[in-house]
Design a protein around this ligand. Structure first.
Ligand code: APR
Ligand code: PHB
Length: 392
C-alpha cells in the first residue's frame, strides 16, 4: 500500500489529523492497533476547550457534541476553608469549556472519516518504521494475520504514549523531560446524578474531583497510590472517600449509584523533543503527556495536529518545508504552557506525603490567596478554557 501521509493511531490526534487532511485533499491512511469497538469505549478525559470544539465544527463533526455535550461556565475548587468559584465567562472573558467524553469525540470523528470514504484500518498494529531519513518512509504493520507495508511521503506518529513511533527515533536525538508524581488517580464512572459544577478538591486525605458525562452519569476521581491495587477499593470505600474529600459533610450532596467502570490513571508529565525526526512527525500523547489535573491532554493533541495539518497541506500543495521545519518549536511553546498549568494545578491540589509542614502551609496559603485574588483566579480560568493559539 502507499499513501501521502501514513497516520499511526486512531486516537483524537490521528483522527483529527486524518479529517483535516482528507478535507484538504491530502491522501492518508490510518492504522489502529485496536478494534473500533475498543477505541470507541475507552473512557478517558472529557473537557474540551473552545478551540477543540471549533475544530470539531470545522470538520462537520460537531452536531452530537452540541446536542449532548455540556457547556460548562464554571470551575470550583474546594479546600479546607471554603470554595473558590472560577466563573469562566467573567474572567476569560466570554469563554467556557464543554464537557464531552473523549470516547464520544473519537466516535464522532471515526463516523465522519468513514462517512467521507476515508480509510481506517482497525486491528492493524504498526511494528516498525523504515527509511525515516529518506523520502519514502515505510510503516510495517500486521493486519488480519498478514505482514503488510504502507509506503508514505510522511509518517504521523499519533500512537499515544505506549506507541512505537517515538521509540523509532534514535535515543541520543531526543531530549526527555519527565516528572512522575508519587500518586495516581482512581477514576470511576457511576450511574448517579452528578455535581452541578466541575469540582476539584484539596483535602487532607488527598485530592478528589467531581466531573460528569451526562445529567445521569458522574465521572469521579480520588487520589490514590501510584501503584494502587484497585482490588483494595470496595464500592463503599470509594464513596466514603469521595464524600469526605469533597467536603460533603452531611452526605446529601454527592449522589451514589452503580459503578459502571473503574481504573487507575498515572499522574505524570513527560515531554520528548523535538517532535520530529526526518519524515516523521509526532503528535499528542505519543510525544507528551501531562497530569490529568489540567484537563489538557486531549486539547494539546488537537492543537498539535492543527499546526501539523497546516504544515502538511502547504508541503503537498507547494512543496515548501518551512512550516514543517517549525512544527516542533511551534507546538512545544503551547505544550510547555500546558505542562506548566497542569503541574501547578497538580501541586496545588494534591496531598504530597513528602511535604514538610512548611510546604503544607505554603500550599494552604496558595489556596487562600487564589480564593482572595481576582488575578490568581483569572490565571486559572484563562488556562482552563485554553490559551490563544501560537502564531505559526
Ligand atoms: N500501531 C497502531 N496503533 C497504535 C499502536 C501501533 N503500534 N500503538 C498505539 N496505537 C493506537 C492506540 O491503540 C490508540 O488508539 O494509537 C492510539 C493513540 O491514541 P491516544 O492514546 O488516545 O493518544 P492521542 O490521540 O494522542 O490523544 C491524546 O488521549 O491519553 C489520552 O487523555 C489523553 O486526551 C489525551 C489524548
Ligand atoms: C473528566 O471529566 O474526566 C476530567 C475533568 C477534569 C480533569 C480531568 C478529567 O482535570
Amino acid at each position: 500500500m502507499r499513501t501521502q501521509v501514513g497516520i499511526v493511531g486512531a486516537g483524537p490526534a490521528g483522527l483529527f489529523l486524518s479529517l483535516i487532511l482528507q478535507r484538504a485533499g491530502v491522501e492518508c491512511v490510518v492504522l489502529e492497533a485496536r478494534s473500533r469497538d475498543y477505541v470507541e469505549s475507552r473512557v478517558r478525559a472529557g473537557v474540551l476547550e473552545e478551540g477543540t470544539v471549533a475544530l470539531m465544527d470545522e470538520l462537520g463533526a460537531g452536531e452530537r457534541l452540541h446536542r449532548e455535550g455540556m457547556p460548562d461556565p464554571r470551575l470550583d475548587i474546594r479546600f479546607h476553608g471554603g470554595v473558590i468559584h472560577i466563573d469562566l465567562p467573567v474572567l476569560t472573558p466570554g469563554k467556557i469549556v464543554t464537557v464531552y467524553g473523549q470516547q464520544e469525540v473519537v466516535k464522532d470523528l471515526i463516523a465522519a472519516r468513514l462517512a467521507r470514504g476515508g480509510t481506517i484500518l482497525f486491528e492493524a498494529e504498526a511494528a516498525h518504521i523504515d527509511g525515516l531519513d529518506g523520502t519514502r518512509p515505510t510503516i510495517h504493520f500486521k493486519h488480519e494475520g498478514r505482514d503488510e507495508t504502507l509506503e508514505c511521503d510522511i509518517v504521523a506518529g499519533c500512537d499515544g504514549f505506549h506507541g512505537i513511533c517515538r521509540s523509532a527515533i534514535p535515543e541520543h536525538l531526543l531530549t526527555v523531560y519527565d516528572r512522575i508524581f508519587p500518586f495516581g488517580w482512581l477514576g470511576i464512572l457511576a450511574e448517579a446524578r452528578p455535581f452541578p459544577e466541575m469540582s476539584y478538591s484539596n483535602h487532607e486525605r488527598g485530592f478528589a474531583l467531581a466531573s460528569r458525562r451526562s445529567p445521569k452519569l458522574s465521572r469521579l476521581y480520588v487520589q490514590c497510590a501510584a501503584d494502587e491495587d484497585i482490588a483494595g477499593w470496595s464500592d463503599r470505600r470509594i464513596w466514603d472517600e469521595l464524600h469526605m474529600r469533597l467536603y460533603d459533610k452531611d452526605g446529601g450532596e454527592l449522589f451514589e449509584g452503580p459503578i459502571l467502570q473503574r481504573g487507575v490513571t498515572p499522574v505524570r508529565a513527560y515531554i520528548a523533543a523535538p517532535m520530529r525526526h526526518g519524515r516523521m512527525f509526532l503528535a499528542g500523547d505519543a510525544v507528551h503527556i501531562v497530569p490529568p489535573t489540567g484537563a489538557k491532554g486531549l486539547n494539546l493533541a488537537a492543537a498539535d495536529v492543527r499546526v501539523l495539518s497546516r504544515a502538511l497541506i502547504e508541503f503537498f500543495r507547494v512543496g515548501s518545508t518551512e512550516r514543517l521545519d517549525r512544527y516542533s518549536d511551534t507546538c512545544l511553546k503551547r505544550v510547555w504552557k500546558g505542562v506548566r498549568y497542569s503541574n501547578y494545578m497538580t501541586s496545588l491540589l494534591h496531598r504530597f506525603d513528602t511535604h514538610t509542614p512548611f510546604e503544607r502551609r505554603v500550599q494552604q496559603a496558595e489556596l487562600e490567596y487564589v480564593a482572595g485574588s481576582l488575578a490568581a483566579r483569572t490565571t486559572i480560568g484563562e488556562n482552563y478554557v485554553g490559551l490563544p493559539f501560537e502564531e505559526d
